[in-house]
Design a protein around this ligand. Structure first.
Ligand code: GTP
Ligand code: IMP
Ligand code: MG
Length: 330
């Protein structure tokens, strides 16, 4: 089974939490990271400890899995090395030799007037991507400190049956998301994430699209039904960015028209809903669907109807364990 996990909104849907759950339960041999690069900040809460990861796969919680980063992903060597040490991933972590490198100069350039207008994460991803497209940037195989991590990710993921693939950001930050120029520097739909790790479209079995029970966006650009920080605090919805610490913008609603389009372009076969416990507070920590309140169950049914896709996973708390798994019902 090869499963891709992608974001259906503006990033920060809680992919990290869903990935860490799947990495434990589905026992993949490889967890491979696609997506843009260290602009992402995935949070994993595991055995009471909180990890913020920008490059190393969230699947580290499965100690038997190999942790790979695909050739399509931008690498900041310093961030990567710090995270390998943080998750004790030495010996099982690899980067494809063709991945492109983010330098200090890219990070400088990611503070210019255009980057400020867009409200980028300042992680150097846009400028590094531009250099990669212009074919003037470095590859990780040029970096001495990374030599011992170099590998061939496409060969590994194509020759292994059970692989979990991590996307980053979310559909609305793709060029397809109708938000240009307020988007990230690459498309981050399931097809693009598959290509990032070297998998062809016929090699993917499942696409899990993660959505949060309300909507958030960081950075500038159009955003419907936005409420103030004060209102978001009152509802318990206010969040702060993992990479930048910026206050995330909040809309208390799901934007169904966008979500339907996201499910279509991603070819989603399953939907995961996170933070159901934040919207329906009595449901904190629920582990089976039948435990949910009627309102919460109706919300899940509405998502399924509006997206035409089955909801298979539900998050009821930040810990990987706080997950309702409906895949095992039949
Ligand atoms: P990007 O790659 O940056 O898009 O990140 P992400 O999709 O991995 O999400 P991120 O970890 O940045 O933000 C999600 C936040 O919600 C984190 O703080 C998680 O710990 C938290 N979270 C995820 N799922 C749940 C859930 O079901 N309930 C609650 N209460 N918190 C959750
Ligand atoms: P960049 O990817 O840093 O160039 O930023 C471009 C846009 O994408 C900005 O609006 C960022 O806030 C947003 N963005 C990039 N990565 C993430 C992410 O992981 N979560 C949420 N927003 C992101
Ligand atoms: Mg994030």
């Amino acid at each position: 089974m090869r499963t891709i996990v992608v974001g259906g909104q503006y990033g920060d849907e809680g992919k990290g939490k869903i990935l860490s759950y799947l990495a434990r339960v589905d026992k993949p041999k490889i967890v491979a990271r696609g997506g843009v690069g260290p602009n992402a900040g995935h949070i994993v809460v595991y055995k009471g400890e909180k990890f913020a990861l920008r490059l190393v796969p969230c699947g580290f919680v499965n100690e038997n899995a190999r942790l790979l980063i695909g050739p399509g992903v931008l690498i900041n060597p310093e961030v990567f090395l710090k995270e390998v040490a943080m998750v004790k991933g030495e010996g099982r972590t690899g980067i494809d030799r063709n991945a492109a490198v983010i330098t200090k100069e890219h990070i400088e350039r990611d503070r210019d007037a255009n980057a400020r207008k867009i409200g980028t994460t300042g992680s150097g991803c846009g400028p590094a991507m531009a250099d990669r497209v212009s074919r003037v940037g470095l590859r990780v195989s040029d970096v001495p400190e990374l030599q011992k991590y170099l590998c061939d990710v496409p060969i590994e993921v194509n020759s292994t049956e059970n692989v979990l693939i991590e996307g980053s950001q979310g559909f609305m930050l793709s060029n397809y998301g109708d938000s240009y120029p307020y988007v990230t520097s690459k498309d981050i739909t399931a097809s693009s994430v598959a290509a990032d790790v070297g998998l062809g479209p016929t090699k993917i079995d499942e696409v899990v699209m993660v959505i949060k029970a309300y909507t958030t966006r960081v950075g500038n650009g159009p955003f419907r039904d936005e409420i103030s920080i004060e209102e978001a605090e009152k509802l318990g919805y206010q969040e702060y960015g993992t990479v930048t610490g910026r206050a995330r913008r909040t809309s208390p609603h799901l934007h169904f028209k966008d979500l339907r389009r996201a499910a279509m372009v991603n070819g989603a076969t399953q939907v995961a809903i996170t933070k159901l416990d934040v919207v329906f507070k009595e449901n904190v920590g629920a582990r089976v669907f039948e435990e949910l309140t009627r309102e919460a169950r109706e919300f899940v049914a509405t998502v399924e109807r509006m997206l035409g896709t089955e909801v298979t996973l539900i998050g009821t708390g930040p810990d990987a364990k706080d997950t309702i798994d409906m895949r095992i019902r039949e």
